[in-house]
Every structure is written in C-alpha cells, then in structure tokens.
Ligand binder design. Structure first.
Ligand code: PLP
Length: 393
C-alpha cells in the first residue's frame, strides 16, 4: 500500500490558522479593543426570505407521502436547471438544460472536474489566485505553469504565445484581486484556447458583483467559448449560500476533445461519484432566480459593493495603490512603505485593530499586497476606515 505521494508536495496552509492565532494573541493583549475583521471571504447577510420560505415549503413536502421525494434527477432538478438557463438567457447566453449540472458549490466541482482530464495535461494558473486550483492539481501530480498577475497588467494576465497550456484557469471577478477581465481580454483567452486545443476552466463565482454592463459575467458571452470553456458558478456569494451549499457547472455539448463530449464525461463522473444536492436546497436555489429572489440578492450585493466603495475611497485618499473594489467585493492593495504582506498584517492589527488577509497567502505574486473585503456590516466598515485614516498604516 502506498499513499498518493503528490500530497507530500502540498504546502501546509497556515494562512487562516496563522491569522486566527495572531488575532487571538492581540485580543488577549488588548482586552478593551474591538477587533474588526475585514479579511474574511464569507458573506454576512442572511438568506432572502423568499429562499427560506421555499425551503420550509420543501421540508413540509418531504414530510408528506404525497409529495415526498427520494433520489433526485441526476444533473439536478429540472425546475432549478430551467431557472439557471433563464438567468443565462438574461445575459444573452443560450444554454440547454442538459448543459447545466447542479452541485454543492464551486470548490467541489473545480476540484472534481480534474477527474475527466489526463494527468499528463499541464495547467496554467494565475498567480495570485484562489489556492484551490493549484492544490487540486498538485494532488493529481500535474505540471503547473504560472501566469503572472502584477501591477503592470492590473492583475489580469493575458495569454503568452510562447507558452502552450492544456488546461487554463481564469477567475473573473478575481479572488483575491477583485480584478475583472473585459470582453476584449477574454476574447484573447478564447482565441488562444481554440488555437491550442486547450480547455478554459472559468470561475465566475463572483459574477453577480459586476455592475458595469460592458464587462462580461459569463465566458459564454464571448464568441467561441462554447467550444473551449467550462464555467463554474456558485450561490455562495451570489445569494449567501456558503452554509447552505449549492452551485452549478456548465459544460456545453459543443465542447469536444479527442472526439469525445466533455459533457458526457462529466455526466459519467458525477453520476458515479456525486450524490446530488438535497431537494430542499434546490428549492431554495430555485427561489434565488425568481423575480423576488433576484431583487433581494441584488440589493444585498449593492450593500457589499457600497462597503467596498467606502474602503476604496479611503485608500484613494491615503494614496494607497489598489485594484478591485468595483464590480467585486474584494480590494487588493499594495502594502504601504514596501512592507511585506505579513508585516502589514501585523502593523495594521497593532495600530488599528483591523484584520485583513496577507496577499502572500494567494501565491508568490501576492507578496507585498493585502486583501480586504466588503463582507461586513456598514458600521464596521465605516469604523475600520476611520481607524485607517487616523492610525499609522
Ligand atoms: N471560487 C472562488 C474564486 C472562491 O473565492 C470561492 C470561495 O471563496 C469558491 C470558488 C468556492 O465557492 P463555493 O462556496 O461555491 O465552494
């Protein structure tokens, strides 16, 4: 018996445990001080009433013989997949119901999709980015190529014709940088993928934050993407489902490699290894896409975006370079006075009692940068920004 040796190549993730330890120490040393956490990528507003009502109704149905449901439809209930297709139609993207797969969130699907690709493929991953892309490929022993996000390209790296990649990860709006690709930029990626026979794994977990109508919210708004891209989305940030769990993945029928439909492969994978999402949660998810649901969640998103705007204004006044903060809940700032990510973390906590996330935790190119988020109450954000203005950063 041998373990998977690739796990030995994973770096231990100390990011959030180190943050928790430092915050605990600070709290013990400063008992009267109210700590404000602007580092967490989790939502703070509750589920919409229309969502909880739909789930309560579904619970009642499950308790009655006449309406009880057992195993559900393999790709997710038709009512939910139709609602998702309707949502895409509003983005001018036509999807077939059997191109949509309901899952328990983007993280699982982003990791599990790798089952359908050969271990010999190389992968191209932005740096910095959401760490799951790299870790899931390290576990599978794949060769990783990095694309550099930096201040020069506004953390939106574009294709390099000298690099040939089989699988490409794109995340827009990006976690952690908040940067959003334009249609013209995504078109370059689609052209590159078609030319090189690559597959783009497009993570649109934060698409709902995009307010600028000229920016894409789905890669399928780019011509040709249906031949080279899989899209992952989630209700986690869209509708506060981080604790409820529901997402979806789109695999178009036109995505063919080695003469085989990737939609068929993914269906085979999911029906073998995935049990689906509960009826109750899928009814809640369906309600997200109802008229009332969309109005409510969009209001919640505006609330987080207003927080991000307050943070952005403060950074602008303090002459601190940043990206994101518009069309995204994330603000990615350059640490003042050339501090490292952790130096800035320590000084910010010590001088202001505000907690953020060191950029180095998202890849080597994150060193010297720092992520703060709009996921908090308005009062906390205002108070934190007052401390930024008066404290030493
Ligand atoms: N993709 C990105 C870029 C994320 O930041 C996150 C969560 O923070 C996810 C995917 C995972 O979301 P889910 O809760 O749907 O698994």
């Amino acid at each position: 018996m041998n373990i998977n040796p690739n796990y030995q190549n994973l770096q231990d993730s100390y990011l959030f445990s180190s943050i928790a330890k430092k915050v605990k120490e600070y709290a013990a040393e400063n008992p009267g001080k109210r700590i404000i956490r602007l580092g967490i990528g989790d939502v703070t507003l509750p589920l919409a009433p229309v969502v909880t009502q739909a789930m309560q109704q579904a619970v009642s149905e499950m308790g009655s013989a006449a309406t009880f449901r057992g195993y559900g439809e393999e790709q997710g209930y038709s009512f939910l997949r139709e609602a998702i297709c309707g949502y895409y139609a509003k983005k001018c993207v036509t999807l077939r119901k059997d191109e949509v797969f309901v899952g328990d969130g983007a993280k699982s699907d982003l990791g599990n999709i790798l089952d359908i690709f050969s271990a010999n493929n190389n992968v191209l991953i932005p740096n910095p980015v959401y760490p799951v892309y790299a870790d899931t490929n390290i576990m599978a022993g794949r060769e990783i190529l990095w694309m550099n996000g930096n201040m020069e390209n506004n953390f939106l790296p574009l294709p390099d014709k000298n690099i040939r990649a089989d699988i490409i990860y794109l995340c827009s709006p990006n976690n952690p940088t908040g940067a959003v690709y334009s249609k013209e930029q995504l078109k370059l990626w689609v052209e590159y993928a078609i030319k090189n026979d690559s597959v783009i794994l497009f993570d649109s977990a934060y698409e709902i934050f995009v307010q600028d109508k000229t920016l894409p919210t789905s890669i399928y708004q780019i011509e040709g993407a249906e031949k080279c891209a899989i899209e992952f989305c989630s209700l986690s940030k869209t509708a506060g489902f981080t604790g409820t769990r529901c997402g979806y993945t789109v695999v178009p029928h036109t995505l063919i490699r080695n003469g085989i439909s990737l939609n068929k492969l993914w269906l085979r994978r999911q029906t073998t290894k995935f049990n689906g999402v509960s009826y109750i949660v899928q009814r809640g998810a369906e309600a997200v896409f109802s008229g009332e649901g969309l109005v409510k969640i969009k209001n919640d998103i505006i609330y987080y975006l207003k927080n991000a705007e307050i943070i952005s204004e403060t950074l602008r006044d303090l002459n601190i370079w940043f990206t994101g903060g518009r069309n995204s809940p994330y603000i990615w700032l350059q640490c003042p006075e050339h501090q490292s990510s952790w130096e800035f973390f320590d000084s910010l906590l010590k001088n202001t009692g505000v907690v953020g996330t060191p950029g180095a935790g998202f890849g080597t190119n994150g060193e010297g940068f720092f992520r703060i988020t709009g996921f908090n109450s308005r009062e906390n954000v205002i108070e934190a920004m007052q401390r930024f203005r008066t404290g030493k950063l």
